[in-house]
Design a binder for this molecule. Structure first.
Ligand code: UFG
Length: 338
């Protein structure tokens, strides 16, 4: 298939682009490079051993998105592009609604015009809200606690409604748990702009000396060691989930499919700190701080639907996730050059 990968220069998009190419698909990256660096592209081309077509497009621009889809005869879209920092979404909610909803609306309109039948969407476990029991199942009700989370809930609804109106449309809603890790080569990985929000890039930056210590946000949660537990999954497993979802929805009788992508096994903050120390070979400095507002004690998937319907399962261990993150971060202490 010829696949448009929106946000294909980003963390999950770049790893997925490589796996699409390895699976024999033709992947075209559309990115505005507002939160990614251009130097990822030659690295991807080196890993893929072939040139990769890249279009610099702002997907909130309807005319530009139409022109992109008109030009290329796509069979499917994988839509990663969007803003994703929870804290920033609270201070800049309108940017989050404009960019995240706007890009999805432009893509869907252009897909309808060109007759592109399939879209795989980057959703998040954040749509289960703050009171969901664990493990989380796809049929649980959705809600959110911040504008970023609401954009994911709303984009899912927009996609469901678009499918009702167009019986030829096939949609996969992929609810990611906590993606971490990097490509084994150590040449591509997660390079957040500004101060990272998430545990793994923060741990990696402490390990490489870019920050003094990690603050552990709360050790008084009702969990075995008192720290928050999450379902970390390797970005390469996550990328494989996209390839499987794309293959599954093409020509499927089901119009909208929702799949959790997680391991089903939670790991605590303290366990992650220990695993990362093993990977980088030295102790990491940590300090217990108050809970972070909006955090929940535990989040982990029931991944059984993805296993049954996609034949997909996350197989890489926490130690592999830390080792691969460390390889990337130690080879690229400041992330991508430009
Ligand atoms: N944590 C710390 N110190 C830090 C950063 C995080 O102790 O400096 C802890 C958090 O309290 C939490 C765990 O590490 O217990 C994981 O935190 P992350 O920020 O890495 O991940 P979250 O689960 O909080 O957030 C992620 C995504 C969001 C998404 C959310 C729910 O980043 O986009 O999952 O799906 F909304």
């Amino acid at each position: 298939m010829r696949i448009l990968v929106s946000g294909g220069a980003g963390y999950i998009g770049s790893h997925t682009t490589l796996q699409l190419i390895a699976a024999g698909h033709d992947a075209v990256i559309a990115d505005d490079f507002s939160r990614s660096k251009r130097s990822v592209i030659p690295r991807l081309e080196a890993l893929a051993a072939r040139p990769i077509e890249v279009r610099v497009v702002d997907l909130t621009d309807r005319a530009a998105t139409d022109a992109l889809l008109e030009s290329a005869g796509f069979d499917a879209v994988i839509h990663f592009a969007g803003l994703k920092a929870v804290g920033e979404s609270v201070s800049k909610p309108l940017d989050y609604y404009r960019v995240n909803l706007g890009s999805t609306l432009s893509l869907l309109a252009a897909m309808a015009r060109q007759g592109v039948p399939s879209i795989v969407f980057s959703s998040s476990a954040t749509v289960y809200g703050e009171h969901a029991p664990v493990p989380m199942e796809e049929d649980f009700p959705t809600s959110a606690t911040n504008p970023y989370g609401w954009t994911k809930v709303m984009q899912e609804q927009v996609l469901r409604d678009a499918a009702v109106a167009d019986p030829s449309l096939r949609v996969a809603l992929l609810r990611y748990f906590n993606p971490v890790g990097a490509h084994r080569s150590g040449t591509i990985g997660e390079d957040p702009s500004g101060i990272p929000n998430n545990l793994m890039p923060l741990l990696a930056q402490v390990a490489v000396g870019r920050r003094d210590k990690l603050l552990i946000y709360g050790d008084d949660y009702p969990t075995p060691d008192g720290t928050g537990r999450r379902d970390y999954l390797h970005v390469e497993d996550l990328a494989a989930g996209h390839v499987a979802a794309l293959d599954r929805i093409a020509g499927s009788a089901t119009q909208v499919s929702t799949w959790n992508l997680g391991t089903g096994t939670p790991t605590s903050v303290k366990e992650m700190v220990d695993a990362f120390s093993r990977a980088c070979g030295h102790e990491l400095s940590v300090e217990v701080a108050p809970r972070r507002s909006g955090d929940i004690a535990e989040s982990y998937a029931d991944p059984s639907r993805a296993e049954a319907e996609l034949g997909w399962r996350a197989t890489r261990t926490i130690d592999e996730m830390c080792a691969d993150t460390w390889r990337w971060q130690s080879n690229n202490p400041d992330g991508y050059p430009v």
